[in-house]
Design a protein around this ligand. Structure first.
Ligand SMILES: Cc1ncc(COP(=O)(O)O)c(C=O)c1O
Length: 403
């Protein structure tokens, strides 16, 4: 039985097989081609969410595919008991791109944040046993493991899971007064997304960052940048913090980092360089050689095809088109954009637009209730952007007519 003759996968069967944790789209996806996903019945969908921000190069990138195949033939897994060339090369690249000092590889965004929380507490314990508080911002998202979940302020993610991690707390997003109230000498770290993803594509203000920087100097804490969604080229620079003049001490990266394979990284500056000593943190799979080889190929491709500059340019083009739509359709409240990380606030639940756009062959995503989130592959073209804008225009117009 080949792919097209096999029975189609259904949501009913999904419900029989799996815990009901995902609200999946009813698409039986069998492969990807360029910036499109292809279903079993041969329909093609322009993919504006790219595996939730993972597939920075779209589908079927030759450089990444060859790197995976070549490394898989040599060595798929050996563990961190050994010296592994793909890890070394990727670590060298990440340190060169950031000017930071040390890397720890793991498998996911949540795991990177989890490790960074441990790193922060270990670092702070040297200063004082009282220095244990881990803070994060409201409206943020950091993952689903207990530590990362604790950092994630939204109550809906906590329900039924309490108690969460102690000595943690939330600072109101972009509120320097609240920041000043919450931090103290007991603060070990403040976790921030310089550009919040799940929160609706909202960037930190310069005022907030400057206050954070000054309070870091006063109270001696770490700034941890969760770059899981905004990092690895998406915003037009390798990491989103590089758009701002306040650098973090620790960076958590994942999503596109492994070229589509599971890979996360904690990257630390000199302040934390000697915190993790032998045996204090670890993982079996983290830094898997195939994932590292794929990640290195991904970065090479970003550089060879100048995709970060393109992300900045195409993002600005996309934003201008959205602003044009905004003048036409009152349902659009705002359009926010950092490279190819785009949020469109609408006057109703954004999930409505997800199904309407699907009917037009475009996959979009809804986040934070009323925000359409667009995280296209960085390989998206101008004409594909115009295709999305035309489909949005039609959907907003049809909604307008039906009310
Ligand atoms: C900013 C941010 N941090 C952490 C995570 C968690 O990453 P993962 O799903 O790989 O655990 C996500 C996932 O969407 C994210 O957007």
């Amino acid at each position: 039985m080949n792919e097209t003759t096999a029975p189609a996968l259904t949501l009913e069967r999904e419900a029989e097989l799996f815990f009901h944790s995902y609200a999946r789209l009813p698409l039986d996806v069998v492969c990807g081609e360029g910036n499109y996903l292809v279903t079993r019945d041969g329909r093609k969908y322009l993919d504006m969410i790219a595996g939730i921000g993972v597939n920075a190069l779209g589908y079927g990138n030759a450089r990444v595919a060859s790197a995976i195949a070549e490394q898989a033939r040599k060595l798929i897994h050996a563990s961190n008991l050994f010296l592994l060339e793909p890890q070394f090369k990727l670590a060298e690249k990440l340190l060169a791109l950031t000017g930071f000092s040390k890397v720890f590889f793991c498998n996911s965004g949540a795991e990177a944040n989890e490790g960074a929380m441990k790193l922060a507490r270990k670092w702070a314990a040297r200063v004082s046993p009282e220095k244990r508080q881990l803070l994060s911002l409201t409206n943020g998202f950091h993952g689903r493991t207990y530590g990362a979940l604790t950092l994630t302020a939204k109550a809906k993610y906590h329900e039924g899971y309490e108690p969460l991690l102690p000595e943690t707390g939330y600072i109101d997003f972009n509120d320097p007064q609240d920041l000043e109230k919450k931090v103290s000498d007991k603060t070990a770290a403040v976790f921030v997304e310089y550009v919040q993803g799940e929160g609706g594509i909202c960037g930190l203000s310069q005022e907030f960052l400057e206050a954070l920087d000054a309070l870091r100097a006063k109270h001696n804490f770490l700034i941890v940048a969760d770059e899981v969604q905004a990092g690895v080229g998406r915003t037009g620079k390798f990491f989103s913090y590089q758009h701002f003049n306040v650098a973090p001490d620790v960076i958590c990266a994942a999503k596109p980092l492994g070229g589509g394979l599971p890979l996360g990284a904690i990257i630390g500056n000199e302040r934390v360089a000697d915190v993790f000593t032998k045996g204090v943190h670890g993982t079996t799979f983290g830094g898997n050689p195939v994932a590292c080889a794929a990640g290195l190929a991904l970065i090479e491709e970003l550089e060879a095809k100048d995709l970060m500059r393109r992300a900045a340019e195409l993002g600005a083009f996309f934003k201008a088109e959205l602003v044009r739509l905004m003048r036409k359709h009152i349902q659009i409240r705002a359009a926010r954009q950092y490279g190819l990380m785009i949020g469109v606030s609408t006057s109703r639940e954004a999930s409505y637009y997800v199904s309407k756009m699907l009917e037009k062959g475009v996959i979009i995503n809804a986040t934070n209730g009323n925000v359409i989130r667009l995280l296209p592959p960085l390989t998206i073209t101008e004409s594909e952007i115009l295709q999305v804008v035309a489909a949005l225009d039609e959907v907003f117009s049809a909604e307008w007519r039906s009310t």
